[in-house]
Design a protein around this ligand. Structure first.
Ligand code: DC
Length: 222
């Protein structure tokens, strides 16, 4: 199986790029952030905030997270419910970042991610795909851009969906999540050994996709 790991900070364009590249290659696109978001939703539904003052292992033992592909689209199921439409809010973004720092949560989601990569050719996006989940991935990329560029993209994405959001809040959330994601003890966000840094700061989507496809064509025999 071929696996392409796409790691990087929030809003770097990983998911749109991975989705489009997977379509061109005929691969499955796996958005692993959605798994952490589903767990974040579970904890939020149970009434916990980002402090997570609770029995994490106990709650996880009563939690089922799964991915199913409907058409080409990944749907995340939490305890049997399709929660795709509920996990993109700023609140759940912060909850996902908080739960993702917990070793028990990372261990809980590891096997599902590895199983998907063992069964399909995948482009998998996340924070620790090239470092922890698939250290032997065929290609490991670290997609990045400045926080302001990423906040700008996220703002456009959310307002296009009709959400009432504020740019300054989004930028501050992105900076907080960058800090959390890079400073946590378990599987912090960093460039994998043998990983290639791919900076999309001055590239629009089409240019980024073109650049990504040429790296893939050069590095991977598809
Ligand atoms: O990619 P995203 O913004 O949907 O991810 C949500 C959160 O989940 C993010 O703050 C970091 C965490 N995450 C992670 O720790 N490891 C991954 N492989 C994917 C996401």
């Amino acid at each position: 199986m071929i696996s392409i790991a796409l790691d990087g900070p929030a809003g770097a364009g990983k998911s749109s790029l991975a989705r489009a590249a997977a379509k061109k290659l005929g691969f499955i696109y796996v958005d692993t952030g959605a798994l952490y978001r589903a767990v974040g939703l579970k904890f939020s539904r149970k009434g916990y905030d980002t402090e997570l003052n609770c029995d994490i292992a106990g709650l996880l033992s009563d939690t089922a997270v799964d991915i199913r592909f409907i058409g080409e689209e990944q749907h995340v199921f939490l305890d049997g419910e399709d929660v795709n439409a509920l996990i993109r809010t700023p609140e759940i973004s912060m909850m996902a970042s908080a739960v993702s720092a917990k070793p028990a949560v990372r261990a809980f989601l590891l096997e599902l991610q590895r199983k998907l990569a063992s069964e399909h050719n995948v482009i998998m996006d996340g924070r620790d795909i090239g470092t922890v989940v698939l250290p032997d991935a065929t290609l490991k990329l670290f997609v990045t851009a400045k926080p302001e560029t990423r906040a700008d993209r996220r703002y456009k994405e959310l307002t296009e969906k009709g959400m009432d959001v504020n740019y300054a809040d989004i930028l501050s959330d992105i900076k907080t999540r960058d800090y959390n994601d890079t400073h946590r003890e378990v599987a912090p966000l960093k460039v994998a050994d043998g990983g290639i840094v791919f900076d999309t700061d001055n590239l629009n989507f089409e240019e980024s996709l073109k650049a990504l496809m040429s790296i893939i064509e050069k590095e991977v025999e598809v």
